[in-house]
Design a protein around this ligand. Structure first.
Ligand code: NAP
Length: 326
């Protein structure tokens, strides 16, 4: 008998599926016991052996070797994330394994965090907090801790006006920001209602924005989308925000751009060599660095886990998955 393998404990929400899996499908649920760290590669190769479904997280590399280790009975890989750059889709397709993701349920949480990073970088929130904690004497000064007036018509450039990009645009519009964006939806009526100006290309967007925010998927085409050339074409004194995926940005080039003062700041939720953090960025006051917490709202994380489990149950039941990756 096969099993469902979940690569990290995800709490009570998962337990609700255990009876259904056991009674209706006669499939046990096995969970990697450590919430703090993913299975090692060796543990993963062993744990998936004979699995009919793998519930994976962004930290799990699902490639041909792993799919082969699971075996021919594997039917579905349900990623608990909207991005699926950790999964080799071709290898899955060749083995008739369905891949699903969790689009839509995390848009608001990631957009909230994007705004948090925009405000934290432009208004130097983290820098100010760090200063206060030094205990150094200080007094209010008119030129101290001055940053960008976000709500006074600063232009936000959204690269990838998809689900999350639109949720960011709604918030930016409420803040009184101008918005320029790439992506098909930039031409839609709901985007126009927010005052979104469509950009024909990333090249057109970069020099026009005071803040550039990345919301496109990581693919071979978008890897290092923001390289030295792209950073050079951004406005002097502008900001880069990345809640997409780390390798969208060449972080050494970003460190150079911050070092030279060409960029005023950067807010990164995701990192090029995650979980490693670029040591130059780590040492910079102008960089706000977070541990990939874009979707880390309690209800959001539960909704992601639930959707992934429902996708797996649907495939195992012979039904269409709710949110397949095409
Ligand atoms: P989505 O709705 O599919 O939107 C993706 C956007 O990227 C679309 O506007 C799309 O344009 C654009 N795009 C696609 N390929 C591109 C390319 N090669 N170059 C430039 N733009 C391109 O996706 P979503 O649900 O908003 O999620 C976006 C990304 O956010 C995910 O892929 C994931 O990596 C990231 N994410 C991060 C976190 C976090 O914790 N930090 C959480 C969730 C998601 P078209 O519409 O024209 O195709």
């Amino acid at each position: 008998m096969g099993h469902v393998f979940l690569t990290r404990p995800l709490g009570d929400v998962v337990e609700q599926f255990r009876p259904q899996l056991a009674e209706e499908l006669n499939i046990p649920l096995r969970i990697h016991p450590d919430p703090g760290s993913p299975p090692t590669r060796e543990e993963m190769l062993e744990a998936v052996r004979g699995a009919e479904a793998i519930i994976s997280l962004v930290t799990d590399r699902i490639d041909a070797e792993l799919l082969d280790a699971a075996g021919e009975q594997l039917k579905v890989v349900a990623n608990v994330a909207v991005g699926y750059d950790n999964i080799d889709l071709d290898a899955a397709a060749q083995r008739n394994v369905t891949v699903t993701n969790t689009p839509g349920v995390l848009d608001e949480a990631v957009a909230d965090l994007t705004l948090a990073l925009i405000l934290a970088t432009t208004r130097r929130v983290v820098e100010g907090d760090r200063f206060i904690r030094t205990g150094e004497p200080w007094i209010w000064g008119p030129k101290d801790w001055v940053g960008l007036d976000v709500s006074a018509g600063a232009t936000l450039g959204i690269i990838g006006l998809g689900r999350i990009g639109m949720a960011v645009a709604k918030r930016a519009h409420a803040f009184g920001m101008r918005i320029i964006a790439t992506g098909r939806r930039a031409h839609d009526d709901d985007a126009r209602a927010l005052g979104v100006v469509p950009a024909a290309s990333v090249d057109e967007l970069l020099p026009a924005a005071d803040i550039v925010s990345l919301h496109c998927p990581l693919t071979p085409e978008t890897t290092h989308l923001i390289d030295a050339g792209a950073l050079g074409s951004m406005k002097p004194g502008s900001y880069l925000i990345n809640t997409g995926r780390g390798p969208l940005v060449d972080e050494e080039a970003l460190a150079d751009a911050l070092d030279s003062g060409h960029l005023a700041g950067a807010g990164l939720d995701v990192h090029e060599f995650e979980p490693e953090i670029n040591p130059r960025l780590r040492a910079m006051e102008s960089a706000v660095l977070l541990p990939h917490i874009g979707s880390a709202g309690d209800a959001t994380r539960n909704a992601m886990a639930s959707l992934a489990l429902r996708n797996a149950v649907a495939v195992l039941s012979g039904d269409e998955p709710l949110t397949p990756v095409s």
